[in-house]
Design a protein around this ligand. Structure first.
Ligand code: ADP
Ligand code: MG
Ligand code: MG
Length: 955
């Protein structure tokens, strides 16, 4: 026989927190609270399996009725009253509650069991007729709406009219006669709407409510919520039937909600609100302004109405003790609901409290220091991607902002600057000391110098893996991609958003964490790894076994990387060094050179710049490893396409326009990604490779004299896009020869290493051979993914969503490493490489190096390091620590239900508007949306105050 029903109450429970798949989160925690002796009104839980059965067959399991009747008897004896009794009636609530938290998304019916007879008994027994009829009119209102489907606005209107008639503002100011009349009017309305009487039989009411709760699993609100939060469709909700306790029994009664600590900043202060003479739903629905729980909070808010601490000191102390007990028991912050009936406290709900990232860190560190959790557990408490929002300049929390458009949050952080439409102009303005936002329909490799110069990037087309998005993330530039409502009129130098027109040079702000485009200059705050954040990161480092390096070319990025805890640079993309200022001109001269001599002259100019740049990196990293990749992109990326740009470039480089045009045509390729690039360039133009080697070794020698520790760095020279051992040998030959020459010229000895990128399947398969010559491997997983899939990263936008929808690809392989395919190649290459050269160092660079799931793969596979964008270094440190701990059997206890998702405002607008009358829904909205980094209970509770029914400035 299947057990469909689990009892709880009177200090014991058949269920417990571990079986929340069966009992739902609410039911499991009610059971848990009951069994640790907290004052929980008795009740029972119908399992989620009943819901699934109901879903699949349209009916209840056969033996359910019997089990419920038995449970009801136990409940009656525990509560000391009888369901439907005309002298001593039991009332119950029927509450939804799934495995995953879906706050306010499903239904709950309170005060079930009231009818003309039982209401009289309740009045008699409580000696409070007003209370009895208040409960009765609440019940009819709720039941008619949720179970019978009568539009709630009818009742709202009648309630409004009753208050007007009586000349009062608040529900609780209505007199008993008003409530009695309302009850009659409500019933009449139900009859008018449905053509049948409101059900009077408590058993009918009970099963009606249970059915409605189960059905609410599939209401549109709940469905949308699940979609947005990656909660599986199967599973269903449990239904909890629980004895009612009454917070509306007069002025020694109350209802409230609280967090055991401040969920906004993590302060170890009890945090919450209550309403006198009210039922729980009133607090979340914002019917009246609630009061603070503690005196301290009341004073801080300059509130006059007494706190619970002052109003009911005894109950308050009891609640404080329960707060401690809950935190000790759950070892985490709890979000609780409670009710006080005539001075007696009851606990109605507890669950792990949602919190901001800042709070999550503070709480994890505090709880460790308080001895509640271990350091390991603290490290496991956050999803690494959560800390992303702490690592970029962000829009100040209270900033006034005017949203003019929305796109995808493609690269996090806030950026402010003047609108420009072309990469060269971006570079120009930046070298004049301005800050710019590059606005394009989409970007191409030709725009890299502009992307680099700009504070942030805004595109009207393209997705999360579009060129702009990928490059922006790798450079740590905020990016909003695919803001489709923008219209760029490049010729006129205008940007149109509906009726709004911005001119080139006008100020604009973008928030790459939310996808918002904001008018003008919005104040921002800078990131810092300090305080609790720093502590938590240092604990992560204690458990981490893999090295974390950064991809960096500029001084600023290298310094940032070091600040963020990078242990070296895993990838210096030397071509990026040629995009800045004068360098691009020298670079173009080199490409436009008509013979080897001309080319050598131009290269000579580049040599000095390159050497200077690399010296700086060596100095900053001061003895830590720095891996420098030889020139990688095809040369035509440096030459312009448009006529206007052609003449501009020709002038700057001092050559005829004709030559630029001809060269650009000569260099044009059908498939640049698979064309003349990477080490293939060095094969054709060995002088480029020689210049770079000279710059690198010269820099190493110089850094040995000038860096703080005076140590000569071990330069790691990395050859890109190698497919064959022969290629590698030729290039290594040039490098070795140059190294010997520099050692002699500079009169120093230094060690260096020459290694290869593994970014072609052929290289992975030939790794055993390559390892004969290559001294290290770095897996270039971006290109390796492109070449393994035969898929261009910049062209996936049009079909990737179909692939995801049809289940062909669960994840974007450019975001999360494809373990089955690309991962397999990496493993093959590692094995073959190590069998030739057992002590070989191997790591990955590219986007995946900063992705927690991919980092976990690297840990499991035994790579030595990951290298990622400086902004992701702390994320990688935390992710690597978690992977190492997981390998030791530590459990993940993330405090967040879902990973952040692309905010999609459409469905949310609908969600809020379908139930505009209920702030509880809105609370769910605030809590649930991962992108709302400014979410704070302060705000969510604040919205309950006085009940603004529209989300603040979001829409
Ligand atoms: P939700 O999941 O939307 O929070 P709940 O089931 O928690 O819905 O119930 C809504 C409100 O009713 C809450 O404030 C809760 O505290 C209150 N409530 C639920 N059951 C009872 C009960 N047995 N006695 C008193 N109040 C209750
Ligand atoms: Mg609740
Ligand atoms: Mg590559």
């Amino acid at each position: 026989m299947t057990k469909w029903v689990y009892n709880f109450g009177a200090g014991e429970a058949e269920g417990h927190a571990e079986i929340k798949d069966l009992l739902g989160n609410k039911g499991a925690n009610l059971a848990e609270m009951a069994s640790i002796g907290l004052p929980v009104p008795p009740g029972f839980t119908l399992t989620t399996e009943v819901c699934s059965h109901f879903e699949q067959t349209g009916s209840y399991p056969q033996d359910l009725k019997e089990q419920v009747q038995k449970a009801l008897q136990i409940l009656e004896s525990r509560a000391g009253c009888k369901f439907g009794d005309s002298e001593n009636p039991l009332l119950v609530s029927v509450r939804s509650g799934a495995r995953a938290r879906m706050p306010g998304m499903m239904d709950t019916v309170l005060n079930v069991g009231l009818n003309a007879k039982t209401v009289e008994a309740l009045a008699e027994q409580s000696d409070d007729r007003r209370f009895a009829f208040d409960s009765y009119r609440r019940f009819i209102q709720m039941y008619a709406d949720i179970v019978l489907g009568v539009d709630a606005c009818h009742f709202e209107k009648m309630l409004q009219r009753a208050k007007q008639k009586r000349g009062v503002k608040q529900d609780h100011e209505l007199q008993v006669e008003d409530l009695e009349r309302l009850v009659r009017d409500y019933k009449t309305r139900v009859f008018v709407e449905l053509g049948e009487e409101f059900p009077t039989d408590p058993q009918v009411q009970l099963w009606g409510a249970i059915g409605a709760v189960f059905k609410s699993w599939t209401n549109p609100r709940a469905k949308t919520y699940r979609e947005l939060h990656d909660i599986p469709e199967e599973g269903g909700t449990a239904a909890n039937v629980q004895a009612m306790v009454f917070g509306n029994m007069g002025h020694d009664s109350a209802s409230g909600v609280a967090f055991t600590r401040n969920p906004s900043n993590g302060d170890n202060h009890f945090y919450g609100e209550f309403l006198l003479n009210a039922q729980g739903e009133d607090v979340v629905a914002g019917i009246r302004t609630p009061s603070e729980l503690t005196m301290q909070a009341r004073m801080a808010h300059g509130n006059n109405s007494p706190s619970l601490e002052e109003k009911m000191p005894k109950v308050f102390r009891e609640l404080m003790a329960i707060r401690d007990q809950l935190e000790k028991h759950y070892k985490d912050v709890q979000d609780i609901e409670f009710t006080i009936q005539k001075g007696k406290l009851y606990m109605l709900q507890t669950r792990s409290g949602k919190r901001t990232t800042q709070a999550a860190i503070q709480i994890a560190v505090d709880m460790t220091n308080e001895g509640l959790i271990t350091k390991q557990q603290a490290v496991m408490r956050l999803h690494p991607s959560q800390i992303d929002q702490l690592l970029h300049p962000t829009i100040a929390e209270n900033a006034k902002k005017q949203i003019i458009a929305k796109g995808l949050p493609a690269s996090p952080g806030a950026a402010i600057g003047k609108v420009v439409f072309c990469a060269d102009e971006a570079v120009q303005r930046v070298s004049d000391g301005e800050k710019v936002i590059l606005v394009r329909n989409e970007t191409s490799p030709d725009d890299i110098h502009g992307l680099h110069a700009a504070e942030g990037v805004l595109t009207t087309r393209g997705g999360m893996t579009s060129h702009a998005a990928v490059v922006a993330r790798s450079m740590g530039r905020p990016c909003v991609a695919g803001a489709g409502h923008l219209e760029i009129d490049e010729a006129a130098g205008k940007l149109k958003i509906g009726d709004l027109v911005l001119e080139k040079g006008d100020k604009l702000s973008i928030d790459g964490s939310t996808g918002e485009v904001l008018l003008g200059e919005v104040p921002t705050v800078l990131p810092k790894v300090t305080g609790a954040f720093r502590t938590l990161m240092s604990w992560a480092d204690e458990y981490r076994t893999m090295q974390v390096r950064a991809n960096a070319e500029t001084k600023a990025d290298a310094i940032l990387a070091k600040d963020f805890g990078a242990e070296g640079i895993g990838l210096v993309r030397t071509e990026h060094m040629f995009f800045a200022g004068m360098r691009i001109t020298a670079m173009r001269q080199m490409i436009l050179a008509s013979d080897t001599k001309d080319r050598k002259d131009a290269l000579h100019r580049l040599l000095f710049m390159q050497r200077e740049d690399i010296t700086e990196l060596f100095q900053i990293m001061d003895g830590q490893p720095v891996t420098i990749r030889l020139f990688d992109p095809p040369l035509h990326e440096f030459l312009p396409n448009t006529e206007a740009e052609l003449s501009y470039v020709a002038r700057a480089a001092g050559v005829p326009v004709e030559r630029v045009r001809r060269r650009a045509t000569e260099l044009r390729e059908f498939n640049p990604m698979l064309g003349h690039r990477g080490c293939r360039l060095a094969i054709t133009y060995p002088e480029i490779c020689e210049m770079q080697a000279r710059a690198i070794f010269g820099a190493a020698a110089e850094a040995g004299r000038t860096s703080p520790s005076k140590k000569t760095p071990v330069a790691e020279v990395m050859v890109p896009l190698v497919a064959t051992l022969e290629e590698f040998k030729i290039i290594k030959g040039i490098i070795d020869k140059t190294a010997a020459a520099v050692q002699k010229e500079e009169n120093v000895n230094f060690t260096y290493r020459v290694g290869t990128m593994i970014e072609l399947p052929r290289a992975a398969l030939q790794a055993g051979k390559l390892a004969e010559e290559a001294e290290f491997f770095s897996f270039g997983t971006n290109d390796l993914t492109q070449t393994t899939y035969g898929l261009s990263r910049d062209d996936t936008g049009t079909f990737m969503s179909d692939y995801k929808a049809k289940g062909i690809m669960a994840q974007d392989p450019f975001v999360t490493l494809d373990e089955e395919g690309v991962g397999e190649l990496i493993k093959v290459a590692m094995n073959r490489g190590l069998s030739t050269r057992p002590d070989m160092k191997m790591g990955i660079c590219g986007e995946h190096g900063g992705d927690p799931t991919s980092i976990d793969f690297c840990q499991r596979t035994g790579l030595n390091y990951v290298s990622c964008s400086p902004y992701r270094v702390p994320i990688a440190r935390l992710a690597a620590a978690q992977s190492a701990l997981k390998a030791q059997g530590e459990r993940v206890t993330e405090t967040r239900a879902a990973r952040p998702r692309n905010p999609s405002f459409g469905p949310w607008c609908r969600l809020v508007s379908t139930r505009a009358s209920s702030c509880a829904r809105f609370r769910g909205f605030l809590e649930g949306s991962g992108h709302l980094r400014e979410f704070s209970a302060e705000k969510s509770l604040g919205c309950l105050k006085g009940g603004p029914r529209q989300p603040p400035s979001l829409f």
